[in-house]
Design a protein around this ligand. Structure first.
Ligand SMILES: [Ca+2]
Length: 442
């Protein structure tokens, strides 16, 4: 009988834990930076790690082309189809709106028919290479959350490189190489993103998957596979984001891999279709891109849940007493401890790692009875210091005063339990409700 009870309890316990794990997978939105809670000392703030929602980042970029006059239409030019050199009805004229193909048409609303696209001038100077750099700048660190997708209106390039910068375009590193023949173009063995493992995730590969324009002329996209890389930690359908967040938390290299300030698309060789370039009809060879997708979010170091675009610049709306475009430092008078990035762990709220008031600032606003309350029965004195109740210490009286080994535990056990009632976060209410029956069983 005892054995049977033990078995049932174990079963119940593991079911509940599995249930909680299932719920946890749906958590981790990190969309709330703080919520008001009711403690025995009154209303106070509970702080959580938070980040802005992922969105279409192409709305906020600046595009530059190199060479700057590479866009077609000045002077007007007629283009022929790659597949049919006698079909030459593609006219580009920069002075006529309907016939112009400026760079902004890579980022306009999709779904128009016919599609709108940027187009380069043709390969008139063959055999001199036709090369174009397209640089996308955000002037702000952003974190990629989905695949980068380029859709070509022309054939996909035979050779190209996608590069990234983390320092506003001062230095560049490759993200991925693309070629019809990786060995020939870049002396690299061809690979695909699906061959990557947790150990090789940060490897820079050359892929032939997106360059076979002639054979696969209906496939017009070139990708940089962010989700395949996420899936190496979070599982094929990204159901275990907790695992990914755990990795991002502990591995700065991994976090930096998905963070950019700029992207550069280096178009090195246009689609030529056949093996030999037809020198008598070079207007068949050019680049044209109809759409660029970049999904991501502002990097705010888990200290902001919104990011605003003001006067042409993105900036985090920092919480947790932090400041700066990325919330990467403590604001004035809040240097009571070193700034620290927020943490995704523990799921689901993470750890806010807020900046706390300075001990010796010129105007040390330690407590204000609203956002910054003295804890554990302490009282705020002229906004400048907390008078702590006996047995407590710290800027906000947040710590038990310990004089010798074991004394803290005695003091804490002597205090009534600190009960917290979460009142402004329905998710946490759910968590609390789910957690309650678990404790006595497990
Ligand atoms: Ca377009």
């Amino acid at each position: 009988m005892l054995w049977w009870t033990w078995f049932v309890l174990q079963l119940l316990c593991s079911t509940v834990i599995r249930g909680l794990q299932h719920y946890q997978t749906a958590w981790g939105h990190y969309d709330v930076c703080k919520s008001q809670i009711y403690t025995e000392e009154g209303l106070a703030w509970d702080y959580m790690a938070c980040q802005p929602e992922a969105t279409d980042m192409t709305k906020y970029l600046r595009v530059t082309l190199d060479p700057p006059d590479i866009t077609c239409g000045d002077p007007p030019e007629m283009y022929c189809a790659l597949e049919n050199p006698y079909m030459c009805n593609n006219e580009c004229d920069a002075a006529t709106e309907e016939l112009a193909h400026p760079p902004k048409l890579m980022f306009d609303f999709e779904g128009r028919n016919p599609t709108t696209f940027w187009q380069s001038s043709s390969w008139k100077k063959y055999p001199k290479p036709l090369q174009v750099n397209i640089t996308l700048s955000w002037n702000k660190s952003i974190e990629l959350t989905d695949d980068i997708v380029l859709t070509f209106e022309s054939g996909r390039p035979e050779q190209m490189v996608l590069e990234k910068s983390l320092d506003f375009g001062r230095t560049w590193t490759p993200y991925q190489f693309y070629a019809t023949d990786c060995l020939d173009a870049f002396t690299m063995e061809p690979k695909t993103a699906s061959e990557l493992t947790q150990l090789t995730l940060l490897d820079i590969i050359c892929t032939e998957d997106y360059s076979r324009g002639y054979v696969w002329k209906n496939d017009k996209t070139v990708r940089f596979e962010i989700k395949d890389r996420f899936a190496l930690f979070a599982g094929p359908r990204l159901h275990n984001m907790a695992s990914l967040y755990g990795q991002l938390d502990t591995t700065k290299k991994l976090r930096d891999f998905f963070t950019i300030t700029d992207l550069r698309i280096k178009l090195l060789k246009p689609a030529t279709g056949a093996t030999m370039v037809d020198e008598n009809n070079l207007s068949r060879y050019f680049y044209a891109i109809s759409d660029v997708k970049v999904q991501g979010r502002c990097k705010c170091n888990l200290h902001a849940n919104s990011c605003v675009f003001d006067k042409g610049k993105l900036g985090c709306e920092c919480e947790h007493n932090t400041t700066g475009p990325d919330c990467s430092r403590c604001k004035k008078h809040y240097h009571g401890r070193a700034w620290s990035v927020g943490s995704y762990l523990p799921i689901p709220k993470g750890t806010a790692n807020i900046c706390i008031p300075s001990m010796n600032g010129p105007v040390p606003r330690v407590c204000d009875n609203a956002m910054l309350r003295c804890q554990n029965g302490g009282t705020c004195h002229h906004h400048q210091r907390c008078h702590c109740a006996p047995g407590f210490t710290g800027v906000l009286c947040e710590r038990a005063r310990c004089q010798g080994p074991g004394e803290c535990e005695d003091q804490r056990s002597g205090q009534p339990p600190l009960r917290r009632f979460f009142i402004s976060h329905p998710l946490i209410l759910t968590v609390a409700a789910l957690s309650l029956p678990v404790v006595p069983v497990c």
